[in-house]
Design a protein around this ligand. Structure first.
Ligand SMILES: Cc1cc2nc3c(=O)[nH]c(=O)nc-3n(C[C@H](O)[C@H](O)[C@H](O)COP(=O)(O)OP(=O)(O)OC[C@H]3O[C@@H](n4cnc5c(N)ncnc54)[C@H](O)[C@@H]3O)c2cc1C
Length: 402
């Protein structure tokens, strides 16, 4: 494809692919550049929340996601010593959403499903091994400098959407600050086929502890038999060798769930975690979405969902501009809507989710546990609480911003 009348997309992660499929459905030509050789299988996001299921339903993917992943209506808040504190039931949201549950589906599987669907569409190209180095713009469009297997090349388009993750070159090209902070501790993610479900755990569990909280959730894994992931906080003074040491990992797992036999560990990954929001999402014809625009800790499983909401919001507006003569001011509305909720909901809620797990003072912890028990025991209180946690409020708030 060699046509300037197209959208350039940087990044073939879940948000880049979702942006791409929406454009394909609207019949808007695009070129997607992905730095990697193929879709990354890094074990990261897996939770899909109700409003995201609603959005994907409009493009026919939700049923596929439900078939390929686990559909789960409840999740647990637990204490490491006391066990179950509150069993939250998303069923109370039945009048708020057509999808009152979470679907657990690994992010690389989401991207693959979308890549397969894209094969039925023309007017686009997906170029792996193509890194967007920088992007600039003039009155007619954008010019991206791409590092290709044959050296540096320039590509032109009408707009650029940067979905190139937390270290986004697109964001850097438009000199936007990425305001926020980095947590001192890193997050270790360990995956094991050991079935924690037999001990009464839900598919998703947040487990509080003043010394070592953890999060435990189950995905289908490579063979669809189930793979449990445990997320632990790791003090900054440990070296990677110490963290990844087999005995150290076994000790962490045994500390959380003692058993006589050793755990089989199939993945171990370490993540540096930040809370940041870009100060601008738009500079002229250049826009950013997903982790390029906001990053947060993974507790609550919201980052990717938020990026999907960006992608649906932005492509809907782009369609109106491309075909219906709408003003590019709509891009400013995209920024107002999505940036506002990134601060008010994504950042606020994910920071709170972490605090709730790591509280140290026993009296505070007990008070908080009682609050959670009270919420879970009362359908109306639970509905109010889950509307926020399940991201419904954030979508409604964004829609209310003109
Ligand atoms: C341990 C962990 C668990 C998580 N769990 C959840 C969860 O359950 N639910 C949830 O909603 N979120 C979760 N998240 C967050 C989620 O993984 C991210 O929000 C999501 O991956 C963002 O998608 P993205 O497409 O914006 O960016 P990415 O997934 O980072 O994809 C960016 C893509 O762009 C490519 N790229 C980068 N730079 C360039 C360039 N210059 N040119 C071309 N290509 C480039 C990369 O190779 C990559 O393929 C979790 C994160 C972590 C670390």
């Amino acid at each position: 494809m060699n046509d300037d009348n197209r959208v350039l997309i940087a990044g073939g992660g879940p948000i880049g692919y979702t942006t791409a499929l929406n454009l394909a459905k609207f019949d808007i030509p695009f070129t997607l550049f992905e730095a990697g050789e193929e879709i990354s299988e890094d074990p990261r996001a897996a939770t899909i929340h109700p409003p995201t299921l609603e959005m994907f339903d409009t493009i026919g993917l939700t049923k596929i996601f439900m078939k390929r992943g686990f559909v789960t209506q409840n999740y647990h808040f637990r204490d490491r010593k006391q066990g179950l504190i509150a069993d939250f039931n998303l069923g109370v949201l039945k009048d708020d959403t057509a999808f009152p549950y979470r679907v657990m589906l690994e992010q690389h599987k989401i991207s693959r499903i979308i890549a397969d669907v894209l094969e039925d569409y023309d007017q686009h190209e997906i170029l792996n091994n193509h890194t967007v180095e920088s992007v600039s713009q003039d009155n007619d469009g954008v010019i991206a400098t791409i590092n290709t297997p044959d050296g540096l090349k320039e590509f032109r388009g009408r707009y650029m959407i940067g979905c190139d993750g937390g270290r986004s070159n697109v964001r850097k090209s438009i000199e936007v600050d990425f305001e926020g902070f980095q947590f001192e501790e890193r997050f270790l993610v360990v995956s094991t086929p050991y079935d924690f479900g037999q001990h009464g755990y839900a598919i998703t569990n947040y487990i509080a502890d003043p010394e070592e909280w953890c999060a435990l959730f189950c995905v289908k894994g490579p063979d669809d038999k189930g793979l449990w992931r445990v997320v632990f906080p790791i003090d900054s003074d440990f070296t990677e060798d110490e963290i990844f040491d087999d005995d150290a990992i076994e000790k962490r797992l045994q500390g959380f769930h003692p058993r006589e036999t050793k755990f089989t560990v199939v993945h171990r990954n370490l993540y540096q975690v930040h809370q940041r929001v870009a100060t601008k999402y738009r500079e002229g014809r250049i826009l950013i979405a997903g982790d390029a625009a906001h990053i947060n800790n993974p507790l609550g499983g919201m980052g990717m969902n938020f990026g999907f909401h960006d992608a649906f919001n932005l492509t809907d507006k782009l369609n109106k501009i491309w075909f219906n003569g709408a003003s590019e001011d709509l891009f400013d509305q995209y920024e107002r809507q999505r940036k506002t909720v990134a601060s008010e909901y994504l950042q606020a809620q994910s920071i709170e989710n972490k605090k709730n797990l790591e509280r140290k003072n026993q009296a505070d912890r007990e008070k908080f546990f009682d609050e959670l028990r009270g919420i879970a025991a009362d359908d109306e209180k639970q509905r109010k609480y889950l509307r926020r946690v399940a991201m419904i409020e954030g979508v409604e708030r964004a829609a209310s911003i003109s």
